[in-house]
Design a protein around this ligand. Structure first.
Ligand code: PPS
Ligand code: ADP
Length: 293
């Protein structure tokens, strides 16, 4: 059956001659092995058994990935005679399928007369992230533009309530908010994410989730001593007293952006007022065409 001179690629296992009693009625079975070292065992007597050494029972039939553990998919394949659905593995989620819809991002943007994007506001606690996020949302609202704020503090009241402030939990906090922000942007909304997000790597991973230009990083460039003097929640005081451990800027790091789209500096006079800061962002959005479809 094999063409002369043809060698299967390493991720294929080629086998022929299954019994016609096999429920899948396969002529050829290809097992697409995700883990390079794994293999399959095939028994052609009685029933067809396919086993990948990684424990899964995925095969690719005529190029379509099939899961032999999924009885509904198998039944569908054998009863209807249709080519089985292509399934994917993403992270720990196996046998999943992306569903497309005829209403797309462009349709939603046309409806809203704006372009979906993410404004990512990063900075120390007390630097004014939430204040600017609200001022920005307000300004956009007045222009008839739809925005939604994902504030770190607020999201930790619900979706991220299981996370602490240790580095890996902060990373997960940022990853989840990045993914949610991406969904908002996909929906056509201008999503304003305001969270400390102290690590460059985590912010860059969120940037990478979006099409070029759609992730707009805004750095609240406010010195620690100013944030500490504001201390609206008394957290710096507690951190200095050693009653909060791992507080950003005190005994936990903050990595300022190296190359972000907008820097909002704390200065006396120009740029110090939150509404003026918000207008800097609005002008940027306008200039880049996000305030029209
Ligand atoms: N250890 C420690 N470090 C920093 N901040 C702390 C900490 N513990 C509690 N808080 C409060 O949590 C708010 C920051 O949450 P974020 O989700 O934005 O943080 S992070 O992005 O995961 O670093 C932050 O809110 P903001 O002041 O609005 O930044 C604080 O109120
Ligand atoms: N541009 C600003 N100038 C002066 N005070 C500000 C400014 N922005 C915010 N504040 C004040 O600083 C404190 C912290 O602001 P907030 O928005 O809660 O910061 P963050 O969300 O970064 O913790 C609040 O008391 C707020 O009123």
């Amino acid at each position: 059956m094999t063409a002369v001179g043809w060698k299967p690629p390493p991720w294929l296992v080629w086998s022929t001659g299954f019994e016609s009693s096999s429920s899948l009625k396969l002529g050829f079975v290809f097992s697409r092995l995700r883990n390079g070292g794994s293999a399959i065992t095939l028994k052609s007597r009685g029933s067809l058994r396919i086993k990948a050494l990684d424990g899964s029972r995925r095969v690719a039939v005529n190029g379509k990935v099939e899961d032999l553990n999924d009885k509904s998919t198998n039944r569908h394949a054998s009863n209807s005679g249709k080519i089985p659905t292509r399934l994917s593995t993403v992270g720990n989620s196996r046998n999943i399928k992306w569903h497309e819809c005829s209403v797309g991002k462009v349709d939603r943007q046309n409806l809203l007369n704006q372009k979906g994007c993410v404004i990512w506001i990063t900075g120390l606690s007390g630097s004014g992230k939430s204040t600017v996020a609200c001022a920005l949302s307000q300004s956009l609202y007045q222009r008839g533009k739809l925005s939604y704020i994902l504030d770190g503090d607020n999201v930790r009241h619900g979706l991220n309530r299981d996370l602490t402030f240790k580095a890996e939990d902060r990373a997960e906090n940022i990853r989840r908010i990045g993914e949610v922000a991406k969904l908002f942007a996909e929906s056509g909304v201008i999503c304003i994410a305001s969270l400390i997000s102290p690590y460059r790597r985590d912010r860059d991973m969120c940037r990478a989730l979006l099409p070029d230009g759609d992730f707009i990083e805004v750095f609240m460039d406010v010195p620690l001593h100013v944030c500490e003097a504001r201390d609206p929640k008394g957290l710096y005081k507690l951190a200095r007293a050693g009653k909060i451990k791992g507080f950003t800027g005190i005994d936990d790091p903050y990595e300022p952006p190296l190359n972000c789209e907008i820097v909002l500096q704390h200065k006396r006079g120009y740029g110090a007022c939150p509404s003026e800061m918000a207008e800097v962002v609005v002008s940027y959005l306008e200039g880049k065409g996000y305030l029209q479809a």
